[in-house]
Ligand binder design. Sequence first.
Ligand SMILES: NC(=O)C1=CN([C@@H]2O[C@H](COP(=O)(O)OP(=O)(O)OC[C@H]3O[C@@H](n4cnc5c(N)ncnc54)[C@H](OP(=O)(O)O)[C@@H]3O)[C@@H](O)[C@H]2O)C=CC1
Ligand SMILES: CC(C)(CO)C(=O)C(=O)O
Length: 318
Amino acid sequence: MKIVIAGSGAMGCRYGAALFESGHEVTLLDGWAEHVAAINERGLRVTDESGTRVVPVPAMLFPAPGVPADLVIVFAKATGTAAVAAAAAGAIGPATLLLTLQNGLGNIEALRAHAPDERLLAGVSMYGTELVGPGHITALGSGETVFGPVSPSGAAAAGLAGAALNAAGIPTRVTADAMEVIWAKVAFNCVMNTVCSIGSIPVSALARYDDFDALALSVLGEIAAVADAEGVAVDTAAALRVMKAQFDPSASGSHLASMLQDLMNGRPTEIAQLNGAIAERAARHGIEAPANALIARLIRLLEATWSQRVTSLHHGAQ
Ligand SMILES: NC(=O)C1=CN([C@@H]2O[C@H](COP(=O)(O)OP(=O)(O)OC[C@H]3O[C@@H](n4cnc5c(N)ncnc54)[C@H](OP(=O)(O)O)[C@@H]3O)[C@@H](O)[C@H]2O)C=CC1
Ligand SMILES: CC(C)(CO)C(=O)C(=O)O
C-alpha cells in the first residue's frame, strides 16, 4: 500500500517504520525541518528493547504533494489535527482511507472536512513512544492498537487497514464501535497523562500511591456522565483496571506520558482535547465536572510556568 503518515513525531515514526519494514511504500510527513532532514540524511533511528536500528524510510516536509495515497494515518497532536489534515490534503484522494489513532476528543470532527465517514477510521494506540531528538525515537513497551470505521459502511476498509498493521507486527484489533474505544482512551489519558504530568513521574511511580483509585474515580465519574450524555458508555471500573495494568514497566510503566513529554519539550499539551473538552462538554450538558475543570487549570498552569520549575534546593543561591 502507499501510506502517508501525516504528523511524524514519536508515534508517526513508530508506525511508519513498522509499515515501511513490512514492505509498504511509506512517506513520513512532518513540519519539523531538522527532524525531516535527519531522517533523510541518516535514516530513522528506532530504539527498542532489542537495541537501535536504522530504518531508511523517506520523510518530507508538509505540504503533501498531489499524489493520493491508499492510507493516510494522522498522528499529529490533537491540537493540530485540522491544520495537519489540510497540509496532507494532497495525499487524500477520492479512494484514500484516513485513519486517526490520536489521543483526545475532536479528531474525527476535524478530519470530516477531508474524507466522508465511510473512508474515516478512528481509534487508539497504547504504544508508549518518545521522540528523543531529530530522527530518533524510543519505542518501548507493548500495547494494543484498536480502531474501527466511523460509519458501518467502512467496515471492509477498517479490516484492510487492520490487516496491514497486524502484518507489520503492530498488534491491532478492529472494532465495530470506534467511539467506545476513543472515550475509554480519553478517560485513561485524562487521568494518567495529567497526574503523571503534575507529579513529573513515569507511569510506574503511580504504583506507590495508595489513594490512586479515589483520585482516578473522581475524574472518571465525571467523564462517564459526559460520555453518557453523548450516547457512549464508559465503564469506570474497567478503565481503572486498564490504568493499573500500565503501572507494570513491561506495559508502559517506564514511559513518560505524552503530555509530560510536551511540557518537558516546552510544547503545548493536548489538555483542551482531554480534561478541557470534558469540562466544556459537561457545561454544555448541564453536568458538574469540577475535578476535570481543576485538572485542566493545573495543566495550563504548568504550561505557563514549566520553564521556571524549581529542580533543586536553594534555588538561585550563589
Ligand atoms: N507518544 C506516545 O507515547 C503516545 C502518543 N499518542 C498520541 O499520538 C499523537 C501524536 O503524539 P506524539 O507522536 O507523541 O507527538 P510528538 O510530540 O512526538 O510529535 C508531534 C509533532 O510535534 C512536533 N514536534 C515534536 N517535538 C518537537 C521538537 N522538539 N521540536 C520541534 N517540533 C517538534 C513535530 O511536528 P511539527 O513540527 O509539524 O509540529 C511532531 O510531528 C498525539 O495525539 C498523542 O497524544 C498516543 C499514544 C501514545
Ligand atoms: C502511552 C500512553 C498510553 C501512556 O499514557 C499514552 O496514551 C500517552 O502517553 O499519551
